[in-house]
Design a protein around this ligand. Structure first.
Ligand code: KIV
Ligand code: ZN
Length: 508
């Protein structure tokens, strides 16, 4: 047992990424060429050993993509997929890739219904094409498709035959995702004892076991793993690159060439290009992977991160960020600590105002993160006192919709006097800003307007920066809140209050 453990740790596991091939077989995904090139460059930056760039005989687009990627001169080796058919292999060779991955079904059900060849014929074809590929100077990988449902004796026979024919690596696909970690361990153990050639595994996630099965295969002696970014792939997908790599690095202490600090960046790129958004709870790269809700967990993490995190993995290791989500039940000391960590020491009345605002936002069912708290505090601390403010908004009604001209009606106290104004605009924010400008009736111009979500998600807090200018003087102010129109109004009102105070001071 001890010996096996040491052996695992000294061995480097090779990472074979098939995002651009099996990942592209995800229903609904078709990456255009420029996306494929950007993904390939990112995979190379991440440090994957092999990029399976496509299936050149499938379409001209696939052929062009593999050819263009092969020309990039990346450090990762470029692999092309081909059926166990000479024409497919010849097309793949024309892409100038480094490796050709040939595959043929070997399970009873797939042979009977798809290949319609005898088992002997399949072995003969596998030997001939392996030799053909090797004789043409390419590396060769052989996959016995549906290996986990193939009779073990036949599986051993075909893998041995291609090994003798000079194959560089054999792949063991769990094509329909029916393996379990124990079965996978036994299967790879048996093949390992029978073969000298390096072993690769390719696990599908039909039962949610793709990562566990891949991990088991490594424990049993596999040398390479086939994975996809974000676990994309046919049906329920393939084993996720991020999860497999971090299990190996952080839990097993097994090395790969992956620069783990680029994992989140890579996941986000593929998320954008594929249009498949990862649920926030996705391990390693999900929005919540290092988020802590208020309460015992957040309190613990604030004092020592390993209290409620695995400890062996940090957000920095994977290019992520730790976030403390401050809900409406957040304690004062938690908010105070978040502010102190951001460099703000606040007095009691200011802290009260911040806590009140956080609870108000939390009551609306919004998620408030530590970054949000800092922004809220900065806005509140930057606000003028009630006495110093020329404008105090009472009510704001904004009407917008399909075939409705966006209109804002604002009731406010302006220098102690009640006023009501209304304005129309190209959108609700524009209408609201015009109505606020009308309250003060000046030549004030908005010279800059910038809106951002502080953290991701549709319930994120909006942060609005506004610069207003009047007679050569300009003021920038911020508004923050769950509603973008109200945050915009707050930002404009804050800026205008500064401007009016400056006007007054000048005339005094
Ligand atoms: O799932 C599978 O069997 C495959 C092969 C082409 C390796 O994707
Ligand atoms: Zn597959």
């Amino acid at each position: 047992m001890k010996k096996n453990k040491n052996k695992d740790k000294s061995k480097k596991i090779s990472i074979f990424d098939t995002t651009l091939r099996d990942g592209e077989q995800t229903p609904g995904i078709s990456f255009p060429l420029n996306y494929k090139i950007q993904i390939a460059k990112q995979l190379d930056k991440l440090g994957v050993d092999v990029i399976e760039a496509g299936f050149p005989s499938a379409t001209k687009g696939e052929f062009d993509a593999v050819k263009e990627i092969s020309k990039l001169g990346l450090n990762s080796k470029i692999c092309a997929l081909a059926r166990l058919v000479k024409d497919d292999v010849e097309i793949a060779m024309k892409t100038d890739c480094d490796m050709i991955h040939i595959f043929i079904p070997t399970s009873k059900i797939q042979i009977e219904h798809t290949v319609k060849k005898s088992r002997e014929e399949i072995i003969q074809n596998a030997i001939e094409l392996t030799e053909y590929i090797k004789n043409h100077g390419f590396k060769c990988m052989f996959s016995a498709m549906d290996a986990t449902r193939t009779e073990i004796e036949y599986l051993k026979e075909i893998y041995k035959a291609v090994e003798d024919a000079g194959v560089d690596i054999i792949n063991v696909p769990d094509t329909v995702g029916v393996a379990t970690p124990f079965r996978m361990y036994e299967l790879i153990r048996e093949l390992r004892g029978h073969l000298k050639v390096p072993i690769d595994v390719h696990c599908h996630n039909d039962f949610g076991l793709a990562v566990a099965n891949t991990y088991s295969a490594v424990k049993a002696g596999a040398d390479e793993v086939q994975v996809t970014v974000n676990g994309l792939g046919e049906r329920a997908g393939n084993a996720s690159l991020e999860q497999v790599v971090m299990i190996l690095h952080a839990i097993e202490g097994v090395k790969t060439n992956i620069k783990t600090e680029y994992l989140v960046e890579t996941s986000k790129l593929v998320e954008r290009f594929s249009g498949i958004k990862m649920p926030p709870t996705t391990p390693i790269v999900g929005e919540n992977a290092f988020s802590h809700e208020s309460g015992i967990h957040a309190h613990g993490v604030l004092s020592h991160t390993a209290t409620f995190e695995p400890g062996v993995i940090t957000p920095e290791m994977v290019g992520h960020k730790r976030r403390i989500v401050i809900g409406k039940h957040a304690g004062r000391h938690q908010i105070k600590k978040v502010l102190e960590d951001a460099g703000y020491i606040v007095d009691e009345p200011t802290l009260n105002k911040i806590v009140e605002k956080v609870k108000e936002i939390g009551d609306k069912g919004k998620k408030v993160t530590d970054l949000d708290v800092v922004s809220i505090a900065e806005v509140l601390m930057g606000e003028l006192s009630k006495e110093e403010r020329a404008i105090l908004i009472d009510e704001a009604t904004i009407i917008t919709g399909n075939k409705i001209t966006p209109t804002a009606v604002i009731t406010a106290e302006v220098n102690g006097e009640k006023k009501v104004t209304s304005a129309i605009g190209v959108g609700p924010v524009d209408a609201a800003i015009k109505a606020v400008a009308d309250l003060v009736g000046s030549n004030m111009k908005i010279t800059e307007f910038k809106m951002d979500a502080i953290t991701g998600g549709s319930d994120a807090l909006a942060e609005v920066f506004v610069t207003v200018e009047e007679e050569g003087r300009s003021f920038t102010a911020r508004g923050v809140g769950p509603d973008i129109v109200m945050a915009s109004i707050d930002a404009v009102v804050n800026a205008v209050n500064y401007l009016i105070r400056a006007r007054k001071r000048k005339s005094e």
